[in-house]
Ligand binder design. Structure first.
Ligand code: EPU
Length: 353
């Protein structure tokens, strides 16, 4: 009796001494000793079963749009390239859409709109992959990922098991989630997101109210914009003040907008009545970090080959050939001057490695 040979197991797509420059939007130089392209949950399990890579430390890389690489990576880099987009369910109250973690975020936003499933338009043009979106709970123009989130699948990097997490399990906060948190309870470095499901509410409701969108409304005289119009407005606003990472290396906002107590806020306003601030429901106040940095005179300045974008002081840029160390030197100088003038400590928004 002859037994048909079983099909060869898919082999891992491994790259040794791989340059990471193309894989981080800041364009910073760094090398991965080992980089594995991950196209499925099964690929993650193949890595875990591998005699050399199985027990080695792992480093999950999405679109590289929220990371500052300051050194080479010895850990096994898992480059997430899980593809595919589909409508999971057309519920009466929402469209549920699923996307592979390796899909481009902006392309997903554009595709859902084309399909007639609006709801992500305020989050247009955010660089990065779908899998990275929940990690830092991306947000813009009045909408955060958590407002459109249904659930996600992630592979545990020790057991190889795929688990599904709902919003509560993801512990979303301002540019934060369980995937950024370390320690016993956090999942930083412990799991790899493979698929994300989004909930796009029906009927669609526009989210306006953000100052820049209100300006567009006044400028155009369009009082009740549809989702496509909001998408176009958001793209235009972002293009006008944020650098395109394909042209100028950057990682979006470099610092979080700091939250201060009501008392601290009053004190700061007394000294600087112009300060841009947003009162929060609990009486505390969020300050515009971009304004603080701008007020310290940083806009357009450089330290070595790293600089402060001339149209948005919250964005640090690679002026060409910068190293991660140069970016950090600039970031520290900014932190010191903002602390010196306002007594506020700015916290970096991207992951610093
Ligand atoms: N401002 C200045 N000078 C500057 C920059 C800003 O005075 O150089 C003032 C602006 O005039 C404005 C205020 O600061 O009144 C806020 O600026 P902006 O509306 O540009 O937003 P942001 O607070 O700087 C945040 C997010 C962005 C998001 C926008 C729009 C953070 C850390 N950043 O920026 O997200 O696109 O709001 O919602 O929360 C990102 O996270 O990478 C990112 C780009």
């Amino acid at each position: 009796m002859t037994v048909a040979p079983s099909p060869p197991a898919r082999t891992l797509d491994v790259h040794l001494r791989a340059s990471l420059r193309e894989f981080n939007t800041f364009g910073l130089p760094a090398q991965a000793a080992t980089l594995v392209r991950i196209a499925s949950d099964a690929d993650v399990r193949r890595v875990l079963a591998h005699p050399d890579y199985g027990r080695a430390p792992k480093f999950v890389l999405g679109g590289g749009s929220n990371i500052v690489l300051t050194r080479d990576v010895e850990a096994v880099v898992l480059k997430v390239e899980v593809a595919g987009r589909r409508l999971v369910e057309a519920r009466e109250d929402a469209w549920i859409v699923e996307s592979g973690a390796g899909e481009d975020w902006h392309e997903l936003v554009a595709w859902t709109l084309q399909q007639g499933w609006p709801g992500l338009e305020n989050l247009a043009l955010i660089p990065g992959t779908v899998g990275a979106a929940p990690v830092q709970n991306i947000g813009a123009y009045g909408v955060e990922l958590k407002d459109r989130f249904e659930s996600l699948d992630a592979v545990d990097l020790v057991t190889g098991r795929t688990v599904t997490l709902d919003a509560a399990a993801c512990r979303f906060g301002y540019r934060d989630s369980v995937f950024k948190q370390g320690g016993f309870e956090g999942l930083a470095g412990k799991s790899l997101i493979t698929r994300v499901r989004l909930r796009l509410p029906r009927p669609w409701q526009p989210v306006l109210g953000y100052l820049d969108l209100e300006r567009k409304r006044a400028e155009t005289g369009i009082d009740q914009p549809d989702a496509r119009t909001i998408f176009d407005w958001v793209c235009a606003i972002r293009r006008a003040k944020l650098p395109d990472p394909a042209v100028v290396g950057n990682a979006g906002s470099f610092f979080k907008n700091p939250v201060v107590s009501a008392e601290q806020c009053r004190d700061i306003i007394d000294r600087d009545p112009e300060i841009v601030h947003y009162p929060l429901p609990d009486g505390s106040c969020k300050l515009a970090a971009g304004w603080l940095i701008d007020a310290c005179g940083w806009k357009g300045k450089s330290v070595g080959r790293a600089g402060v974008y001339d149209k948005q002081a919250l964005v640090l840029v690679n002026r060409g050939g910068a190293s991660g160390a140069e970016v950090l030197t600039l970031a520290r100088a900014i932190q010191e001057s903002v602390y010196g003038r306002f007594g506020i400590r700015l916290e970096p928004e991207p992951v610093i490695f």
